[in-house]
Design a protein around this ligand. Sequence first.
Ligand code: CA
Length: 380
Amino acid sequence: MNERILVVEDERQMLRLLGMTLEKEGYRIVAAQTAAAARAQIQAAVPDVVILDVMLPDTSGLDLCRELRQHPATSAVPILMLSAMGQVSDKVAGLKAGADEYVVKPIDSVELVARVGSLLERSRRLRGQARAEPATVVSFLGSKGGVGTTTTLVNVAACLTLEGKRAIAVELRPELGQLQTLLGLSTGDSTRTLFSLEPARIQSTSVSAWIVRHSSGVQVLPAPLGIQPDAHFEPAQAMALVAALKELADVVLLDLPPCPRPETEVAIASSDIVLLNMEPTRLGLESAAALAAYAKAHARPAAKLLVVIINRAPLATPVGVRQIEERLGWVVVGGIPPAPDECARAQQLGAPVVQAAPDSTASQAFKALAQGLLRLTPQA
Ligand code: CA
């Protein structure tokens, strides 16, 4: 078992007492005497339980508690608050800040051990339930450079987030990132650092530290900006990443490069849905047919193979839905109308189109597409 408990307490004597009591029960103890030290410990590895004193030298324990609740990596970690204050109003403040339990000093060690045990039991049960409803993985492929695949992915992720789903938009294109530009983020080199890790170290706890939450609520794992000539990752790393992301989300949206690479094939093989984005032109159809054959060769037999038609400009004679479905043998699940002004405005704001221009026809189309995908996911 050996669950890790982070104890955040500035008083040395209390820290020692708590540590000794819990170590006797077989738990591993990590100590932090300030909120800043606690953040660093959590960044290194998310603990199984946090014991948090209300009075800390740098930040109030209540504020740190709220902070942990807001962060996706720690939102579900059980928190036990410690306080010298025994008033009902203090306890309410602790619980309102997101604590699961509240223990008043002086600590009764039997009570403490019992409460920690029940918190761990509860989180084990919750994790078991989470596993019963596996996340859906959707791979996004663009049939030809620059059809708007990343834009579609970001907007579908935003719509799913609005529906209350935990959606993570992941850019598996380590050679050239666009997500950060699209969303006005500047978070350095998330996937680049991740892919320097051994596959065994790519786990939900380490991955969650790289996930960025955009102001729209969308969670993203972006690739580094600018061209990275040697950037690639191993199939085993891609497999570990997808497995880790499935523990953190209801829907994982993977932005894949259109070129045949071993790690792309692993991602396709891990997907429940493969979404091919294409322009309704002759060239678009030919390029989509080639990519569809490639994707189908690597997709699981049960995977749903779908097409989204992206109209970047009004066309006099677009290739029709029936022709596309006949040629590819894939079902067309949605179509995005031309929206150059809305896309430009969204980029200027660093926001998804559905946030920047929520009433536009493009936004309606993104919402309809997200709804269509949700109907195909098991937990919808
Ligand atoms: Ca204290």
